[in-house]
Design a protein around this ligand. Structure first.
Ligand code: NAD
Length: 257
């Protein structure tokens, strides 16, 4: 039997590295260590200078710009993958965004435009990526996104991102059901709070970190490497019977939170 934890020979796209604190970076680093070949994207020129050195250190075959709000950029990434690799084995979608003025207010007050933008970048972009990945996965594959407990239960200050993550998690289930017959698996990883750039946009995030570490059964916070290990597992053949699920990487917080 093959090593079910090895990613040797597998090719994967990782979207969402901003810096070396990003959950996507933790995923890419562990996946590379397990033998995967990677395609890595950066948001724009400003983030390229942080992301490119990390991507080079990961010996990424493809390093490309990808702002999911810019028409055609995502399509170009997948065209490059089709030309260079002719296939894709896994995808990590680890991006989210909400306008600050909407994120910091009550859900009741969030604007239509702000809500639509958060849904587009944080949820619908995963649907678009899945659609583009499907033809590159004729023999199956593994697609994953990153959610948060605030999509299940009310978490103070998470506000309108709660409904966005709920939409993301149920989209995972519908797409897993639709693509299961093709051997394409779709899952979410749900990490506990981590000090990343995206997290710094959430009000009183330090309190959330403290509370998570205190209440979690393991009394610790998960790390981006822990997320990477879960992502690598989901990408590998060892997870071939796992689809449509949310895997919590949160030291057990979700059972007590
Ligand atoms: P991060 O800031 O390192 O990553 C967020 C990424 O989203 C960045 O790379 C950014 O460039 C990208 N992004 C934003 N708008 C984009 C756009 N228009 N097109 C393409 N990319 C865009 O922060 P992170 O915490 O690693 O966030 C990754 C994912 O993890 C997010 O979905 C976040 O909601 C989720 N998450 C984070 C935590 C946490 O506590 N940090 C917990 C659970 C889930």
């Amino acid at each position: 039997m093959n090593d079910v934890f090895s990613l040797k020979g597998k090719k994967g796209l990782v979207v969402g590295i901003a810096n070396d604190l990003s959950i996507a970076y933790g995923c890419a680093a562990v996946m590379r260590r397990q033998g995967a070949d990677l395609a890595v994207t950066y948001l724009n020129g400003a983030s390229e200078k942080f992301v490119r050195p990390l991507a080079e250190q990961l010996q990424a075959d493809i390093i490309a710009p990808c702002d999911v709000r810019i028409d055609g950029q995502l399509e170009t990434v997948f065209e490059t993958i089709a030309q260079r690799w002719g296939k894709l084995d896994f995808l990590v979608h680890s991006i989210a965004f909400a306008p600050k003025e909407d994120l910091h207010g009550r859900t009741v007050d969030c604007s239509s435009a702000g809500f639509a933008m958060a849904m587009d970048i944080s949820c619908h972009s995963f649907i678009r990526m899945t659609r583009l990945a499907e033809p590159l996965m004729p023999h199956g594959g593994s697609l994953m996104t990153v959610s948060y407990y605030g999509g299940r239960k009310v978490v103070e200050h998470y506000n309108m991102m709660g409904p966005v993550k709920a939409a993301l998690e149920i989209s995972v289930k519908y797409m897993a059901s639709e693509l299961g017959p093709k051997g394409i698996r779709v899952n979410a990883i749900s990490p506990g709070p981590l000090r990343t750039r995206a997290a710094s946009g959430i009000d009183r995030f330090d309190e959330l970190l403290e509370q998570a570490a205190e209440r979690a059964p393991e009394h610790q916070l998960a790390s981006i490497e822990d997320c990477g290990a879960a992502a690598a597992f989901l990408a590998g053949d060892g997870a071939k019977a796992i689809t449509g699920t949310t895997l919590f990487v949160d030291a057990g917080y979700h059972i007590v939170g």
